[in-house]
Design a protein around this ligand. Structure first.
Ligand code: BGC
Length: 765
């Protein structure tokens, strides 16, 4: 009997140690789930908690301001560093396998170096490198820089969104970067907020579709060396802060959240995004970073989100030093993890305090395991264990390759909106032989936009360079106004005004300044919120004085947020909104101005006249203008969906295949669109719907479909849409998602403005 027991015990022990020896997690052919479980059971608590932590890269750390005090750090969202901690300390933790992730690593050399440190650890769990690759991997040098999201959304081009994301993924992996903090899926309804440029605009439907294509492009199936992890952000409400400033409280009803702000995130989860960043703001009195309703009830239970949630930049800490809902950092970590947080961006104290919280019995280790599982799953799926390094020799063959450059140029062409043209555009080189060019954005790399580092000059075509390239017969006279809108020189403004008199035509390139390397001097981008939406500095004076020359003066805007350029809209013959058009922005602008390219983009936001008009959105409720403003207009400067072309389009024959449908039918809508001008073009045909009467108030119109239609001069095409029932559904009084019986108005046309729309009704019976 005793003998049998001994044999049995020996068998069990040896199979256990065999199992232990067989490192399933290193076996690429084993199922991901098994690899995760195998690895998890080998990890110490310290290693697990380390997987839940991010640090910034060493080179970035060196550029932060070591003289900042802890007190100053609290109010400084970018130049944070870790007081009392040296780079050597962080390197050692990496070697000990206690750091799972880095961000703000900007070179392949550094990424490979950090990865080599972690390869010295016992388990060799590769680092996942995150970066804000918002429009291409522009936040690192020598990458293709596409237009920012607002310009991309202006093209209404979903294929382009996919293509850019796919190319970005390849360029990222060529730099050993695996995780992009994009797409930003916030619905931007306040132009005071500086981050409008990194969003897809104000419409939940357009934001959702752009987001979905972007995620598909980044992630593919999340199983190859060319895929990167997307991170949908910031969840939620930060794009409608109570005073327009970044990080200020959001106070939004559940109805508004579910109707406006949730849909893009829900769509992002549905398409398979495996990471999500929580918003830094509080929502209805609870910081999002400790908001269990958002992280557990909505994300995990309702939407079944399988990925991991990451904090924003030291925002868990802000629950203690800003929101004051936790009396110290350790308590903040506790609250955040218990509410559903999986990863900490970024830094010190996390490892120490979270381990203590588990050892003290406040956080169960099983809760830590949940987060680590989610993170490890992504690392396995991305193939990091098999491919922890990237090849320096191959890297530059992929980044900035001709194909990617061509896409950047095409995207810029398709995203620039012609706002006004009394016929002066396209410019004739014969007529305008001498052209004055001036303004802060005329010859600056700022066209790259927010979230871009300075790129090599040879990889950027400024607007002045573009003009010279496209119109070589023209004599361009350039008066440099510097790059800094806050510190313009009166003498330079006067010099431009003088020279304007001698020119045949003037081009003023105005807007905002977004480049991050001059963080404090910017006027647009993250943390650059404004109490007005006018041009900063002497820019208005410059425009007016140049225009006073009596010579035609055209305005080109480079900016991320809407600008209320009312004077220019009334007095100048032409305005072009270039947004942040990226590395080939200058060429694309010039091609449009000189008619080599026919503009086609339309606004993904409403442009108000002034902040006094806010909130101004096209999909407002019926009573919004019950009593319009006195003295000044209640109409926008330019409506959502608006944009001109060098040709003209006519809409006719709006037809519905039926006017009555049951609760599971659909309506086919067709419209004839004719190019009635003498140039080929692309028209963005828009379909809106209004629920005529409903149990709760509904928007006056909502975008429900669109199509980019190429039309040769003189050509006409029938454009078809299908209105499915889900496009008619809304939350009723009891917050049930349902379609109500009754009349629905279909509106099809060239913009959200009523005068541009044909209308027909159908009934759900
Ligand atoms: C921003 C995030 C960004 C993060 C990392 C934060 O300040 O809010 O959008 O991803 O920094 O750069």
């Amino acid at each position: 009997m005793k003998k049998t027991l001994l044999v049995l015990m020996l068998v069990i022990t040896s199979s256990f140690s065999n199992e232990n020896k067989r490192e399933i997690y290193k076996d690429a052919s084993a199922p991901v789930k098994d690899r995760v479980e195998d690895l998890l059971r080998r990890m110490t608590l310290e290693e697990k908690v380390g997987q839940m932590n991010l640090f910034v890269g060493f080179e970035y750390l060196k550029t932060t301001k070591p003289w900042l005090t802890v007190e100053q750090l609290k109010n400084n969202s970018t130049n944070a560093l870790y007081p009392g901690i040296t780079i050597e300390d962080i390197a050692k933790w990496t070697e000990d396998g206690k750091i799972g992730s880095y961000l703000h690593v900007q070179t392949l050399k550094e990424a490979n170096y950090l990865q080599s440190l972690v390869m010295k650890s016992i388990l060799q769990i590769p680092i996942i490198f995150g970066i804000d690759a918002i429009h291409g991997n522009a936040n690192a040098p020598d990458n293709t820089v596409y237009p920012t999201n607002i310009g991309l959304a202006s093209s209404f081009d979903l294929d382009m969104a996919y293509k850019i994301a796919r190319q970005t993924a390849k360029e990222m992996r060529a730099m050993n970067m695996h995780w992009t903090f994009n797409p930003n899926l916030e619905v931007a309804r306040d132009p005071r907020w500086g981050r409008v440029g990194e969003t897809f605009g104000e419409d939940p439907y357009l934001v959702s579709l752009m987001g979905v294509q972007t995620i598909k492009g980044y992630q593919g199936k999340l199983n190859s060396g060319n895929d990167v992890l997307a991170c949908i952000k910031h969840f939620v409400g930060g794009s409608e802060p109570i005073n327009g400033t970044n990080g200020a409280p959001a106070d939004l009803s559940e109805r508004t959240l579910r109707e406006v702000f949730f849909p893009p995130f829900k769509a992002g989860v549905k398409v398979g995004t495996m990471s999500l960043m929580i918003a830094q703001n509080e929502l209805n009195g609870i910081p999002c970073h400790s908001n269990e309703w958002l992280m557990q009830d909505i994300l995990r239970k309702e939407w079944k989100f399988p990925g991991f949630v990451v904090s924003d930049w030291m925002d868990i800490e802000h629950m203690s030093d800003l929101h004051a809902t936790a009396d110290d950092i350790k308590e903040a970590f506790y609250q955040s993890i218990m509410a559903g947080m999986d990863m900490h961006m970024h830094g010190d104290h996390w490892n120490e305090y979270v381990v203590e919280l588990v050892k003290d019995g406040r956080i169960p280790e099983s809760r830590i395991d949940e987060s680590v599982r989610r993170i490890l799953e992504v690392k396995f799926r991305l193939g990091l264990f098999e491919q922890p390094f990237a090849d320096e020799n191959q890297s530059l063959k992929i980044r900035l390759c001709d194909e990617h450059r061509a896409t950047a140029l095409e995207a810029a062409r398709n995203g620039i909106v012609l706002l006004k043209n009394n016929g002066v555009l396209p410019l004739s080189q014969d007529k305008y032989k001498k052209v004055l060019v001036t303004g802060i954005n005329a010859n600056d790399m700022n066209i790259l936009g927010d979230w871009s580092v300075v790129q090599k000059e040879e990889n950027v075509i400024t607007i002045l360079q573009g003009l010279k390239m496209i119109a070589p017969q023209t004599n361009f006279d350039f008066v440099d106004q510097g790059w800094d809108p806050r510190n313009m020189d009166q003498k330079k403004v006067d010099e431009a005004a003088d020279k304007a008199k001698d020119a045949d035509l003037n081009i003023v390139v105005a807007g905002e300044y977004m480049m991050r390397f001059r963080w404090e001097s910017r006027t647009g981008g993250e943390d650059m919120d404004r109490s007005d939406i006018d041009l900063v500095g002497l820019q208005n004076e410059l425009i007016k004085k140049v225009a006073a020359s009596g010579k035609p003066t055209i305005l080109i805007l480079v900016n991320g947020r809407q600008l209320g350029v009312e004077w220019a809209a009334e007095n100048l013959p032409a305005i072009v909104e270039a947004w942040e058009p990226g590395m080939y922005g200058g060429q694309a602008v010039a091609e449009i101005i000189y008619g080599k390219v026919n503009p086609s983009a339309k606004l993904p936001v409403t442009i108000p006249r002034s902040v006094g008009q806010l909130q101004m959105i096209y999909n407002h409720k019926p009573s919004q203008y019950f009593h319009p403003y006195v003295v000044k207009p209640s109409t926008p400067l330019y409506p959502f969906g608006f944009g001109l072309s060098y040709t003209t389009y006519k809409y006719n024959d709006l037809k519905l295949n039926k006017t009555k449908i049951g609760k599971n039918g659909n309506v086919k809508v067709s419209v004839r669109v004719a190019n009635t001008g003498n140039r080929d073009g692309v028209e963005i045909v828009q379909l809106y719907i209004r629920d005529k009467f409903s149990c709760v108030t509904r928007p006056v119109k909502e975008l429900k479909d669109f199509a980019r239609v190429a039309l040769k001069a003189g050509e006409s095409k029938v454009v078809n849409f299908t209105v499915t029932l889900d496009k008619l559904a809304f939350y009723d009084k009891k917050m049930n998602w349902q379609v109500e019986l009754g009349e629905f108005i279909v509106m099809v046309g060239a913009s959200s403005d009523d005068s541009a729309l044909l209308k027909q009704s159908f009934w759900v019976q």
